[in-house]
Design a protein around this ligand. Structure first.
Ligand SMILES: Cc1cc2nc3c(=O)[nH]c(=O)nc-3n(C[C@H](O)[C@H](O)[C@H](O)COP(=O)(O)OP(=O)(O)OC[C@H]3O[C@@H](n4cnc5c(N)ncnc54)[C@H](O)[C@@H]3O)c2cc1C
Ligand code: SF4
Length: 441
């Protein structure tokens, strides 16, 4: 039985996808900030990939210096509001809070971060300034978290920046991929606008850089290029029936869901393949779209799932059921999917094996493949000397410079697909290297 009613209008959609992290009020923020022990050499700061001075921004909240607190956050992380909402804090800053070792609940760092950033964003209090012009130009391919972070840092150093974004909107997966109950579209765009109002980087929308001619033009017009292109579409499973109607890749259906909301026509019995965080999101979101049953199907055991425990718990709390040790063999139906044929699996001699004769079918009217994302190989092939590893990740040195010295790269395209906060950190770090290379500082 469905936990959520199918949303028929925008308000019902917002209700089903209401934020799991609610903005604190002043009393809550003062109380929560007073719990911080202001540790010397704070483990939370070390655990944060952008190394925000967490004890300092919490102390500033506690003393009522809200703008100062936001400045501390943004000095390390240009997407401080986004990260406060979407970071898997349980395994990052909050997971390393000294309270956790003593069996006490960690300080709510993510929510405090949002309390501080919300004030400067909603009141449009400007805290950044562009650097003095240095007569250098950088092209950024991709306007996701990595590209935006890189652009902001370059503009702070007075370097001109043009972001080439393939879609009609920027912010990458922050806008098109992350679950709406973590952050709303308006909040993502508010922070993007906040940065753009102060740093004045150009975003050239609907501009997908792909061909040799596109690349040659950028190389001629700019002093350096940053690749913040993330990953590509969902990888194929290569099983029969994959091309049937109502069979979707997870990133593609989530993007549609974020844009169309209650107007998206959705299945009633949904099967999601995969055991990673994207699979958990796709399953949770399907339940919130009012699907009567949502079944996660993973080919290994529960213990082998790549997803964080709290993401699986969230999916279960939305009514999602799971099958472990099952692999899809065929997607059934004529034109449209009507079911999936599975086979049971086991580990034998350390290897995943299927069990002969254990096939069974499960009916459904929608399938979502959360089976990983492919890479932008077409673009890679058109950039001379660019090298990728055997997983298709762009190879960079410790300065985020690629094998072609004109190109730098960061974010999912380099790390293979981590979290927003990693992309923000890498985009900023790559910008520092570009600044050093172009200004010889
Ligand atoms: C379903 C899903 C849920 C997620 N949930 C979370 C979460 O809860 N918390 C979290 O921290 N992280 C989450 N992530 C991961 C996070 O979204 C990514 O790590 C992060 O967005 C990567 O940033 P990026 O800038 O490297 O790439 P992206 O966000 O992918 O941005 C790349 C941008 O480049 C553009 N682009 C690509 N190629 C070209 C080209 N050739 N020319 C022009 N433009 C181009 C794209 O349109 C896009 O805008 C999730 C990811 C997925 C798939
Ligand atoms: S950016 Fe993320 S990991 Fe870093 S302190 Fe903020 S919520 Fe924690």
């Amino acid at each position: 039985m469905a936990e959520f009613k199918r949303p028929t209008n925008e308000q019902e959609f917002e209700n089903n996808f209401s934020p799991i992290k609610v903005l604190m009020n002043k009393s809550e923020a003062i109380l929560e900030s007073s719990k911080c022990l202001f540790c010397y050499d704070a483990p939370c700061t070390k655990a944060c990939p952008t190394h925000i001075d967490i004890p300092l921004f919490i102390r500033q909240i506690n003393s009522g210096n809200m703008t100062g607190s936001a400045m501390t956050i943004y000095a390390s992380n240009y997407m401080g509001n986004l990260c406060g909402k979407v970071c898997p804090v349980e395994v990052l800053c909050e997971g390393s809070c000294v309270y956790v070792n003593q069996g006490v609940k960690a300080v709510e760092i993510g929510r405090l971060q949002n309390y501080a950033t919300h004030k400067v964003l909603s009141e449009k209090i400007h805290i950044f300034s562009e650097g003095e012009k240095v007569n250098k130009k950088v092209a950024i391919i991709g306007g996701g978290p990595a590209g935006l972070s890189c652009a902001s840092e370059l503009r702070k150093a007075g370097i001109e920046v043009d972001i080439y974004e393939g879609r009609k909107m920027a912010a990458g997966l922050a806008l098109h991929g992350i679950a709406p109950y973590k952050i709303a579209n308006e909040d993502v765009l508010e922070e993007l606008n906040y940065l753009q109002e102060q740093f004045h980087f150009n975003i050239i929308y609907n501009s997908f850089i792909k061909t040799k001619a596109d690349v040659a033009k950028l190389e001629k017009e700019y002093d350096a290029v940053f690749l913040g292109i993330g990953n590509s579409s969902t990888s194929a499973l290569n099983i029969p029936g994959e091309d049937k109607k109502e069979v979707y890749g997870a990133v593609e259906i989530i993007e549609e869901l974020r844009m169309k909301k209650s107007n998206l026509v959705y299945g009633n019995k949904v099967i999601v393949f995969g055991g990673g965080n994207t699979a958990m999101d796709a399953a949770s979101e399907s339940a919130r779209m009012g699907a009567e049953t949502v079944l996660l199907a993973y080919r290994r055991s529960k213990e082998n799932m790549g997803a964080y425990e709290f993401e699986y718990d969230l999916a279960k709390s939305a009514g999602v059921k799971a099958y472990f040790n099952v692999a899809p063999v065929e997607i059934l139906g004529d034109e449209k999917v009507t079911g999936v044929k599975f086979i049971k699996t086991e580990i034998k001699d350390g290897k995943l094996k299927t069990i002969a004769g254990s096939e069974f079918t499960e009916k459904c009217d929608m399938v979502i493949k959360a089976t990983g994302q492919s890479r932008h190989f077409e673009l890679f092939d058109n950039i001379s000397k660019l090298e990728v590893d055997d997983l298709g990740r762009i190879i960079v040195d410790e300065n985020f410079r690629t094998m072609n010295p004109k190109y730098f790269a960061g974010g999912d395209a380099v790390n293979g697909g981590k979290e927003v906060v990693n992309s923000v950190a890498e985009g900023k770090f790559a910008a520092s290297s570009i600044i050093k290379q172009l200004t010889k500082i």
